[in-house]
Design a protein around this ligand. Structure first.
Ligand code: PLP
Length: 379
């Protein structure tokens, strides 16, 4: 089997599986909010997980909140900030190439009467500075929402430049940054990054599904999305799960080492595939300077879904547009926004790698693509 769908989700690492078993011991299974000593012990474990997670991300423990997924983190950050800071302004800026977790949160805000201003992106998927300047210049921007690495193309946001521009033109604007596809692939230090709020997802870094993180810089106030028993400093009610938080931490520890070596491995795979695919007439839609973990490619003569299923015959797994919307059979809105024509976008397939993929797999992939063209292309 060749799994090139790591941006959709990743396999659970052995270390994470082992940690989950440890954390489900009876002696650790009490409610961390309980007053008895078992509860205290569970709470101690939970808090130490929070502390270690924060340290690895370059944050303070009370800036880290465990959520169920990055979608929840995005909803909490975006809706929560605007709800709490009504006097900060009525506008939010973003791009139309964000993940749906952001876009739908913005759509929700639009329904409440907020003004959502979309910054245009160029053919490389990066926001155009003139467009950013224009939208900031209209004033009243309370929040800016961007993504560090685009999940469909691997396009890397020039975040330093963007943050500098935002803070220069509109110093009170708070920045929310989706870091889901960057975690474990780029070095991230929240203390110096320049974003006030960030989201992360466990299942993209070899943890199980059901765990995410929201970072909110100290001093930034947001309303919680989930209210109830007031756990996690009232920011995210619901009984804390040391198991899920611990699974996230274990995965984070694993991907926080060897980032550069992982990058080199994946870069080699990516360059090999680019060269081989281009020589076969395929069009590479990921920009040249994209993070190599994602390679978006349009195959001549095969619609995305047909190619996906042809590859599946060979036990090769890839995705069409982002997996969450693949069933809606829509052409990628990200590619269209970047100016890719509809026909090319309709044939786009996303290959996404992890540090555990190999060059042998890439060679086998190419061999199978050749067979697919020989066997299935209607001439
Ligand atoms: N943001 C990006 C860039 C993603 O790729 C994804 C997942 O596809 C998400 C957010 C949502 O993550 P989760 O599945 O944890 O809700």
């Amino acid at each position: 089997m060749i799994y090139f769908d790591n941006s959709a989700t990743t396999f659970v690492s052995k270390g994470v599986k082992a940690r989950i078993i440890e954390l489900t011991e009876d002696t650790l299974s009490a409610n961390p909010g309980a007053l008895h000593k078992l509860g205290n012990k569970a709470n101690e474990v939970y808090e130490s997980i929070r502390k270690e997670t924060a340290a690895l991300l370059g944050a303070k423990p009370d800036e880290i909140f465990f959520t169920s997924c990055a979608t929840e983190s995005a909803n909490t950050a975006i809706k929560g900030y605007m709800s709490r800071n009504k006097r900060a302004g009525n506008a939010v800026i973003s791009t139309r190439t964000e993940h749906k977790a952001t876009l739908e949160s913005l759509e929700y805000l639009s329904g409440l009467g907020y003004e959502i201003r979309y910054v245009k992106v160029g053919p490389d998927g990066k926001p155009l500075m003139e467009s950013l300047e224009e939208e900031l210049g209209k004033g009243g921007v309370a929040l800016a929402c961007f993504t560090l690495v685009n999940n469909e193309t691997g396009s890397v946001l020039p975040f330093g430049d963007i943050a500098k521009k935002i803070k220069a033109e509109s110093p009170s604007t708070v920045i929310y940054l989706d870091c889901v596809q960057a975690l474990g692939k780029m070095h991230i230090d929240l203390s110096s990054l320049g974003a006030e709020m960030c989201s992360f997802s466990g299942h993209k870094i070899h943890s199980v599904k059901g765990n995410g993180v929201l970072y909110v810089r100290k001093g930034v106030r947001i309303d919680p999305l989930i209210v109830g028993g007031g756990q996690q400093d009232g920011m995210r009610s619901g009984t804390q799960s040391p198991v899920l938080a611990g699974a996230f931490l274990e995965a984070l520890k694993e991907v926080s080492t060897g980032i550069d070596e992982g990058y080199d491995t994946v870069k080699e795979i990516n360059l090999f595939l680019r060269k081989e695919l281009i020589s076969r007439g395929a069009e590479i839609l990921s920009p040249e300077d994209a993070l190599p973990y994602v390679l978006n490619v349009s195959f001549k003569g095969f619609e995305s879904e047909t190619m996906l299923h042809c590859l599946e015959i060979y036990d090769i797994f890839v995705s069409t547009v982002s997996a969450c919307s693949a069933k809606q059979k829509k052409v990628s809105y990200v590619l269209l926004e970047m100016g890719v024509d509809r026909k090319t976008a309709a044939n786009a397939v996303r290959l996404s790698f992890s540090r555990y993929n190999t060059l042998d797999e890439a060679e086998e992939f190419i061999r199978c693509v050749d067979e697919i063209y020989d066997q299935f292309l209607v001439k």
